[in-house]
Design a protein around this ligand. Structure first.
Ligand code: C5P
Length: 242
């Protein structure tokens, strides 16, 4: 049987042509990279967990009225999503100081921010995804100011919902990264949430012990990465069966 046409291979996912026009298949790999590829490895079972976790979160967000690219799960590692024109921004939402924010401003990790912070990074591996301002986005035309307003509003709504959902299962949502796409339907265009939401692109800390349950375990060589992802799925009540 002819293999489906591969459209794109990223660090953690492969995108294949979908069965119907306007759809693509997201395949979740076990590969993990950090520091823009400086460090790489395999976390056995990660793809299965991220596929399930992202499916669950996208579905819950969809039910809350957040438009997403998600259509349906296909199997343990694949989901069918709408083909969108990815906006070249990494939208980072932060509730608690961690990671690059901590480094940039010399702030201790773990300090709660006085208000939610939304940051934009230009999605470009060769440039190491530089931090940018709304002015850069408008000047270089990466998103129309009206689109950016919509993106910011959606990002804050996603944050509100996910904070509540994770708090309910004893997890603090420290920060996360979102990507958005333009979905064309005839002449109409809508901004929708795209990519994935998983422990690969969120910081999730156990609310009681502050233990890390996300990709920082891989980035910082802490071990127990697969177990942590599994625990996130277990708490959400969606641990895939073996
Ligand atoms: O490294 P930094 O502190 O800027 O990351 C903020 C959040 O965005 C983290 O949850 C991280 O997992 C996510 N992120 C990502 N992809 C990147 C950069 C950051 O998913 N390229």
């Amino acid at each position: 049987m002819a293999r489906r046409r591969q459209i794109y291979e990223g660090k953690a996912k492969i995108i294949f042509e979908g069965p119907e026009p306007g759809t693509v298949v997201q395949y979740f790999k076990d590969d993990a990279t950090a520091g823009n590829g400086a460090k790489s490895g395999v976390i056995t079972g990660k793809g299965v967990l991220n596929n399930r976790i992202s499916e669950y979160l996208m579905q819950r967000l969809g039910e809350m009225g957040i438009p997403t690219h998600f259509i349906r799960s296909l199997n343990m590692r694949e989901q069918l999503v709408r083909e969108v024109e990815i906006i070249p921004l990494e939208v980072v939402v932060r509730n608690v100081v961690a990671g690059s924010l901590s480094k940039r401003f010399g702030l201790p990790e773990g300090e709660r921010l006085p208000r939610t912070l939304v940051e934009y990074y230009y999605k470009n591996d060769e440039l190491n995804d530089p931090l940018i301002s709304e002015e850069h986005i408008a000047t270089f035309g990466w998103a129309h100011p009206q689109e950016l307003e919509e993106i910011q509003s959606l990002a804050l709504r996603v944050n509100d919902f996910l904070c509540g959902l994770f708090t309910g299962v004893g997890i603090t949502l420290v920060d996360f990264k979102l990507e958005f796409g333009r979905l064309w339907q005839g002449d109409e265009m809508r901004i929708v949430l795209a990519d994935e939401i998983s422990p690969d692109n969120c910081r999730l800390w156990d609310s009681r012990t502050q233990e890390k349950m996300d990709k920082d375990r891989f980035r910082r060589d802490m071990g127990g990465v697969g177990e942590a992802y599994q625990e996130v799925a277990r708490r959400l009540g969606i641990l895939p069966e073996h």
